[in-house]
Write a protein that binds this ligand. Structure first.
Ligand SMILES: O=C(O)CCC(=O)C(=O)O
Length: 268
């Protein structure tokens, strides 16, 4: 583990931190191979349209299954970092595979995750995500862009843009002018931890390279949703040793509670 105190101080200051080689390159490659070939994952993938009608593919589940992706969200290393960044015990919220296909992949509009999750009944923004690159991510294929320090500005109003939720662009532009925009270049296996109020977006993928990533999201255990919905409440997850992430069958656990297409489409 890197110097945790330094990572924590960067997370607090900027709202995000990138941990290079969080997974070994060949582990990331194997995860990508499984994500691309597994029929269960493919059957639960949905398209979400951006404001120009381009599609991003999303497969999301609320309970980590007994498979390699479930194990990644249950990794001791991921939990240790996230617990430290969120200042207390955490609970798993959901995980998702996000695929921007070559030449056609859509963008994600500027937003805060808490812009969505406030609507799910989480009282505070003590929440965060870990974005793991399974493909190289660059400006060309739609890497994540962030506005450092924007997490300090509280929840910004969101409206509908395409089938997504988008933050008020006047405030986004003001914060981008003040703090700049960072394009997070990442290699397979790198992980980006970020706060739920960090403004982020990603561009289209018009390149010939796919852009596949996985995101695991967490809330602080004392910040569970007020909604009476088990998907948004504390879950008992068994944490596994980070080195055991790949020690699962290579198939996907078919009993997982995958989300439905309608869960992601934001409408007026
Ligand atoms: O896949 C991406 O580039 C962005 C995803 C994202 O912004 C999110 O899941 O909150």
């Amino acid at each position: 583990m890197l110097d945790l105190a330094r990572c924590k101080s960067n997370f607090d200051k900027d709202g995000f931190v990138i941990i290079r080689n969080f997974l070994e390159y060949d582990v990331a490659q194997r995860l990508k191979d499984i994500a691309q070939s597994d029929i269960i994952l493919r059957d639960h993938s949905h398209a979400v349209l951006d404001s120009e009608g381009r599609e991003s593919k999303l497969t999301l589940w609320y309970t980590p299954g007994d498979d390699v992706f479930g194990r990644l969200s249950s990794s001791s290393l991921m939990h240790n970092y996230m617990q430290n960044f969120l200042d207390g015990p955490i609970s798993f919220f959901h995980a998702k595979l996000m695929n921007k296909e070559p030449e056609v992949g859509g963008k994600w509009e500027w937003h805060q995750d808490y812009g969505y999750w406030y609507e799910d009944g989480f009282p505070r923004s003590d929440m965060g995500s870990c974005f793991v690159a399974l493909d190289p991510c660059s400006e060309e294929n739609g890497a994540l862009r962030v506005i450092p320090k924007s997490h300090k500005y509280g929840r910004i109003p969101h409206g509908v843009t395409g089938q997504q939720s988008g933050a008020d662009m006047v405030q986004v532009d003001e914060l981008a002018d003040k703090y700049g925009v960072i394009v997070c270049d990442m290699q397979p296996g790198d992980a980006l931890f970020f706060h739920a109020n960090l403004l982020h977006a990603s561009g289209t993928n018009l390149s010939k390279q796919s852009r596949l990533i996985m995101i695991s999201s967490f809330f602080r255990s004392d910040n569970e949703s007020t909604h009476n919905d088990p998907r948004y409440r504390n879950k008992n997850i068994v944490i596994i040793d980070h080195d055991d992430v790949m020690n699962a069958s290579q198939g996907i656990d078919s009993s997982i509670d995958f989300s439905k297409a309608d869960d992601h489409i934001i409408v007026n």
